[in-house]
Design a protein around this ligand. Structure first.
Ligand code: GAL
Length: 704
């Protein structure tokens, strides 16, 4: 088998978009299952119970390499054969996983150099998971071999319908500085710079601190603060090397699986650090998986908003996703134990995922295990194997999904207002040189939450993606920025969109160096503004700066100020009040085509996002998705040509009533909708609208 193959091809799904529905023929509903944790009698009963709960698929084997290959070259797939067959007899299909997150002990003993090495030079040892380096050629060879053996073994199975590669690559630890990584990093750079070391020196600015390199073989992986600050261009290219490396590692497996049986669909469960889910990694998959654990959001009052934001960010990468792991109980690990979902809350979290882009969903996990590192990560069924209310809830959802699942497929999530998202290069660049400022993700979350709380159809979209139909688009402080995105943004504005650009956007180039232009660089012409001076507010409490907004509102800025000067045709929208900035422009507004560009010369905060929202709404002509939904209710619409599905989810502490609902059928009850609807705490309605006038939909005949 070839080692370190340089080419990833063919890539089947290059057209990634937030609007892309999953390439699946049905909505799968299921659970993550570990037959290796249970005896034969228990396993026997499981299949019947699963079928009763409406489960149509399980996922298996991601940590079972030691059982399937107990000694090198000796395979025993019998446990999984029996389980797959037995489940299949009950109408339940299987997603198999390549087990490469947990190499067996014989492998790590035979090849101790597989261990990842952290930034301090500490080698990760056997005993947990994800300790082997994806770039190690020996590990890649073993990973290919086990994938090949599993794929060949299950090729003829009619019950295995899809595969998950590995498990949450980079979940615990994403960097590695082992000996293999030194070589693989150098190979990556040689490819990236087409063998031109002079170009690397120029692009990285190696003239600073005597870093000039004569040969690619001389370049180490960067170790920031060992002893001093790293070159940010070197650092970002190291992260890009990690994206490339895990995509290649995964591709080895994808290639083998596709060659064995092209009809298998392939996924991977994210979203973790240093993986480019909008790049090669997801282009290689049929559908991206996103593991949803809302209970990590500790504050229940903002948990639904947090889940919505994470699902929207996931969807921004590659479109609709599947949820290979949806939290089904409290999760516990050595240092924490989550809130226990209240009655109805599991259902509400499930429908939040579905509303915001899930095209299939499996719970983590079928039953809580009594041993090992995750013995308090609760599943649908408790340790004692007694099905209780969580099981009943899963069963209820299973029954509902018989009607809802087929309606979901092929639809996308409707978005009126979006926050820029899904660019790992931008987010990682921030981490290389953050100046002590909040990240793009921190700020996106605040802006998204304000729009979510106010009832707008909010989402996350990458600036190069399809912005058609979107009315408001906010780019919060994307310092690294690709000029190639500007034409798409210009089109968006010319056609009537409102673009909001946060301070410091487009101040750094794709190499992660400061741009030579006057700021905001490649966005200067579109925004019609120049930044004359900028500064960080380290103690805004001691030297406050106030923004004077239209209508007399005054608001303190935090983090950052910019003094703007407006080009002809650009209006001053807000001014600074104090110190040497007094009277100068803080926020500008420019009309372009039938749209607007707002440049905000400070960092967006919750308070500022709240204060500016009415102005953004007015400029963008934004209206609430379902004005009759009370504040506690999340309203989301999934749609396709000729179809609209409405989700209403009550996240409040008590019962709420919507004064009206779309006319159609509530698929959770089968009852007609249109009038008022009362939802209990954690209550959910999924309404299929009877008729509407989406392009392509047949207009209802006029009644006399
Ligand atoms: C996920 C992981 C699972 C399990 C779960 C609960 O991140 O994929 O294997 O660990 O979390 O911790």
């Amino acid at each position: 088998m070839p080692i370190n193959s340089d080419v990833i091809a063919p890539l089947g799904n290059a057209e990634l978009s937030h609007r892309r529905p999953a390439k699946l023929d049905r909505f799968w509903y299921g659970a993550v299952y570990y037959p290796e944790h249970w005896d034969a009698a228990t396993r026997k009963d499981d299949a019947k119970r699963m079928r009763d709960a409406g489960i149509t698929i399980v996922r298996m084997a991601e940590f079972a390499w030691d059982l399937m290959e107990p000694e090198e070259g000796r395979f025993d797939f019998s446990l999984f054969d029996d389980t797959i067959g037995h489940l299949g007899d009950h109408g339940i299909s299987t997603i198999m996983c390549t087990p490469t997150a947990t190499p067996p002990r014989w492998l790590t003993l035979k090849h101790p150099h597989l261990g990842r090495v952290d930034v301090n030079g500490v080698v990760q040892i056997h005993g947990t998971r994800q300790h082997a380096c994806h770039m190690n050629p020996v590990f890649r060879q073993y990973s290919r071999a086990i994938t090949q053996d599993m794929a060949a073994h299950w090729r003829a199975s009619t019950h295995v319908v899809g595969w998950q590669t590995d498990n949450e690559i980079n979940c615990h630890f994403s960097e590695c500085h082992c000996a293999s990584c030194q070589i693989a990093f150098q190979q990556f750079l040689r490819r990236k710079f087409a063998g031109d070391i002079g170009k690397l020196n120029a692009d990285w600015g190696t003239a600073f601190w005597a870093q000039t390199y004569d040969r690619f073989e001389d370049i180490p992986t960067p170790r920031p603060e060992k002893p001093a600050y790293a070159n940010p261009a070197h650092h970002l290219d190291y992260f890009r090397y990690l994206y490339d490396g895990v995509a290649r590692f995964q591709h080895d497996q994808v290639e083998i699986l596709r060659a064995q049986k092209p009809s298998w669909w392939i996924t991977h469960n994210g979203i973790m650090s240093h993986v480019d889910y909008r790049g090669l990694f997801s282009q290689d998959l049929d559908v991206l998986g996103y593991d949803v654990y809302p209970m990590f959001h500790w504050e229940h009052t903002t948990r639904a908003a947090g889940q919505a934001f994470s699902c929207d960010r996931a969807r921004a990468n590659a479109g609709n996703f599947i949820v290979p792991e949806q939290q089904s109980g409290p999760g516990g690990q050595r240092p924490y134990f989550h809130d226990t979902p209240e009655p109805g809350e599991l259902r509400s979290m499930t429908y939040t995922s579905i509303a915001r882009g899930a095209d299939s969903l499996l719970y983590f996990r079928w039953r809580t295990c009594r041993f090992g590192a995750e013995e308090y990560w609760c599943g649908i069924i408790d340790h004692d194997n007694v099905p209780r209310r969580r099981f009943d809830e899963v069963k209820r959802i299973g029954a509902e999904l018989r009607a809802i699942g087929p309606e979901i497929m092929g639809t996308h999530v409707h978005v009126d207002a979006a926050v820029a998202g899904a660019d790992i290069h931008v987010s990682d660049a921030h981490s290389t040189y953050h100046l002590g400022l909040p990240s793009d993700v921190d700020i996106s979350w605040q802006v998204h939450k304000e729009l979510f709380d106010a009832g707008y159809a909010v989402g996350c979209i990458h600036p190069s993606d399809d912005l058609a139909g979107v009315k408001l688009y906010v780019i919060p402080h994307w310092a690294v920025f690709d000029p190639a995105w500007v034409p798409n943004l210009t089109r968006f504005v010319e056609r009537g969109g409102t673009l909001v650009i946060g301070a410091r956007t487009a101040t750094r180039d794709w190499n992660n160096n400061v741009v030579p232009d006057t700021l905001p660089g490649c966005l200067r012409a579109l925004a019609g503004v120049t930044v004359e001076e900028y500064g960080k507010q380290n103690r805004p409490d001691l030297r406050p700066l106030t923004l004077q907004l239209p209508g007399g509102t005054e608001l303190r800025s935090e983090n950052w100020f910019e003094q703007l000067s407006c080009a002809r045709g650009t209006e001053v929208f807000a001014t600074w009040k104090e110190r040497h900035l007094a009277g100068s422009c803080a926020i500008s507004l420019r009309r372009v085509g039938t749209g607007h560009v707002v440049y905000v010369g400070t960092y967006l905060t919750t308070a500022l996002a709240k204060a500016l929202q009415p102005e953004f709404v007015r400029l963008a002509g934004l209206s609430k998705l379902w004005p009759d939904a009370p504040a506690a209710v999340q309203a989301v619409r999934r749609e396709a040509v000729g179809k609209r599905l409405w989700f209403f989810l009550n996240h409040g502490e008590g019962e709420v009533t919507l004064a009206s609902t779309p006319r159609g059928t509530d698929l959770t009850t089968g009852k007609s909708s249109g009038g008022p609807l009362t939802l209990p705490r954690h209550g959910v309605a999924v309404i299929k609208e009877a008729s509407h006038e989406l392009p392509g939909a047949r207009k209802p005949k006029a009644r006399k």
